[in-house]
Design a protein around this ligand. Structure first.
Ligand code: MRU
Length: 371
């Protein structure tokens, strides 16, 4: 086994300041995995479009992009009116990921008391800090989650991989660092613990098929793509040792809102005694909410995400085709809520807690007291 403290190196950055010192470079994730394009955000409207149209996605990266979106807005115009408009416009882009609200509240509280002449510099400093802090949060989740994978590895015959099922993309592409669910996986891989990842394709937008496979392949982690309906079968046959997923918003009581379909995987895991872990930075905890099913706003998105599929055509171009009869009525709920009772543990930057009010309060007493 190699050095357990080894940190894997990623060969891409999801968000960074461009060389001009003011515009912001992101990866256009709608083009992955077949094209790697970066895009320059040059103003508030670019940042709003990037989040709304999911060029960037994943709760922590949405937060980082929103922070830079405020910096871009203040760069255009440092007035109170612009600051308020930026926070409002960005807040409307994606209703479920709570990191968005967290980052906007932080930027607003940092900038509003400052004179207009100081806001531009302060906004870029704080946005860069938010991105760096997210990297550190990912490292923390990676370290704590690694211990869980190492424990499972000890129960396996020598050389046999720990089989981990994940849903959607809670990887490096969803964050500013190593990812949430993938951080422990990357750490295990770097430490020489054999791991194999079952990647749910994650309809309707296929973040598993397009993004998680792309980044796991780039990092050299063994994986196989599975249709969304496959996980239960694999669990019944002892082919999954653990599940690790991310979350877009977790309540103070430990209910986990994540990409649609997560709940069904948690039910299958419970029925088969497969440990079901959720990795999250504390910026994804909504301390104002208790009942996830009743209270988390669930984003509903365009029908085309369900009816249409985009992929690589024979001529090498990206093509979109429609599957059902044209005009078929559609319901497209982007997220669901897994009650805390189905979750084995919450892997956070401070350690692993029970998915309950007491568990989270134990790790984050200062936040729980305020809520
Ligand atoms: O709609 P997306 O792609 O922004 O949703 C992201 C997810 O739901 C991820 O699965 C993830 O768990 C949350 S972000 C780490």
């Amino acid at each position: 086994m190699r050095d357990a403290t080894a940190l894997p190196a990623l060969d891409f950055k999801t968000i960074s300041l461009a060389d001009d010192g003011w515009s912001v470079r992101i990866i256009d994730q709608t083009r992955l995995p077949h094209e790697f394009d970066t895009v320059s955000l040059r103003g508030l409207d670019d940042a709003v479009r990037a989040i709304r149209d999911m060029l960037v996605r994943g709760a922590p990266l949405i937060g980082g992009t929103a922070a830079y979106g405020v910096a871009l807005a203040v760069n255009e115009d440092p007035s109170d009116a612009m600051l308020e408009r930026a926070c409002e416009d960005l807040m409307e882009t994606r209703p479920t990921a709570v990191n968005l609200r967290w980052a906007l509240d932080d930027m607003r509280t940092t900038l509003l008391p400052l004179p207009e002449s100081e806001r531009r510099a302060a906004a870029y400093v704080r946005a860069a800090e938010i991105v760096r802090e997210d990297e550190a949060l990912c490292d923390g989740m990676g370290a704590h989650g690694l211990a869980v994978i190492q424990d499972l590895a000890r129960t396996k015959p020598p050389g046999e991989p720990v089989n981990i099922l994940t849903h959607c993309n809670a990887g490096a592409l969803a964050t500013c660092g190593l990812g949430t669910a993938t951080a422990p996986i990357y750490r295990a891989h770097a430490a020489g613990v054999p791991v194999h990842v079952w990647v749910d394709e994650t309809r309707p937008r296929n973040q598993g098929a397009a993004l998680t496979t792309w980044e796991l392949a780039r990092a050299g982690v063994s994986h196989a793509l599975i249709a969304d309906n496959t996980g239960g079968h694999l669990m019944q046959h002892g082919m999954v040792d653990m599940c690790i997923v991310g979350t877009d918003r977790t309540t103070a009581s430990g209910d986990v809102c994540n990409k649609i379909g997560t709940y069904l995987k948690a039910l299958a895991a419970k029925d088969n005694d497969v440990p079901f872990y959720v990795a999250l930075p504390s910026t994804t905890i909504d301390w104002t909410l208790k009942d996830g099913v009743a209270e988390v706003p669930i984003e509903q998105r365009a029908a085309e995400e369900v009816t249409d599929v985009t992929g690589l055509a024979d001529d090498g171009s990206l093509k979109t085709v429609t599957v059902p009869p044209v005009g078929t009525p559609v319901a497209n709920y982007a997220f669901d809520v897994t009650p805390g009772r189905l979750v084995t543990g919450l892997i956070t930057e401070r350690g692993i807690s029970e998915a309950s009010a007491a568990g989270l309060a134990g790790l984050f007493p200062e936040r729980a007291r305020q809520s």
